[in-house]
Write a protein that binds this ligand. Structure first.
Ligand code: UGY
Ligand code: MN
Length: 247
């Protein structure tokens, strides 16, 4: 269904946002060439992290330097070669990676149709914890666990849940009709990308129909709830900050 002239489902509020694909505008991001990069969420919105969608052309590449920023990525489609320091792997759709702060990383040799979601954050070290390690994995090999006992709402935790890591990247998959069991309100912030299906997302006191391609920002303490609707499973990829002290 096309969107009527002068309309959009996008809404940017003070403490949450829904960004729909019709409004995407490319940015030139240093280190990313031969690709359309869209900065979907960042500090200008009020967020404590950045979320980007990068659509590669043939011969495109992303090559980011070692600095205080950590990056995790998820291949929404296509594939390519991921290099993080001395770790290198050829990957396909569904692959994910984590590049710690202090490691240069790249995506090269993208296949046709390669799209990658990136989450970036300033790393917060934790006294007594080791530095988190570089990882390249395949979400197809990560078993989904029933969320709070519900087998119709399954959570895949892609990165190790260890004190070393100050962020998480997960995939939530719901059968039609399944829901988040209650309206969550928590200190962790989220960036989210709908991967498949559709449903309704509650953000604060607004309810939004959402579908594959939509992106959501939830500030810390944004009340949130989701119900999957339609005839196919709904799934989303999301980021959250974790494992650090309250004060
Ligand atoms: O991990 C989470 O906080 C998750 N249950 N939130 C969400 O899906 N909106
Ligand atoms: Mn949550």
């Amino acid at each position: 269904m096309s969107i009527p002239y002068g309309h959009t489902r996008t809404r940017v509020a003070a403490r949450h946002a829904l960004i729909t694909p019709d409004g995407h505008v490319k940015s030139n991001v240093p280190g990313i060439t031969g690709a359309a990069a869209v900065i979907l969420i960042n500090e200008a919105m009020g967020a404590g992290f950045a979320q980007l969608l990068v659509a590669f052309e043939s011969g495109g590449r992303a090559a980011l330097p070692a600095n205080g920023i950590e990056t995790c990525g998820y291949f929404m489609g296509g594939g390519g070669t991921v290099t993080i320091g001395r770790l290198r792997k050829k990957v396909a759709a569904g692959a994910f990676f984590f590049a710690p702060a202090g490691s240069a990383w790249s995506i090269t040799a993208p296949r046709r149709g390669t799209q990658v979601t990136l989450f970036q954050k300033k790393f917060v070290p934790l006294a007594g914890a080791p530095a988190p390690r570089a990882l390249i994995g395949d979400s197809g090999r990560v078993k989904g666990q029933p969320f709070l006992g519900d087998p119709d709402a399954r959570l895949q935790v892609l990165l190790p849940d260890e004190p070393a890591f100050d962020l998480a990247m997960n995939i939530f998959t719901y059968r039609p009709g399944a829901t988040l069991p209650f309206v969550e309100t928590h200190v962790m912030e989220h960036g989210l990308s709908m991967l498949a299906g559709q449903g309704v997302y509650r953000l604060e006191d607004s309810w939004y129909p959402v579908a594959a391609g939509d992106v959501i920002w939830m500030a810390p303490f944004c009340p949130q709830w989701f119900v999957a609707m339609g005839k196919t499973n709904a799934s989303y990829l999301y980021y959250k900050d974790v494992n650090r002290p309250a004060l």
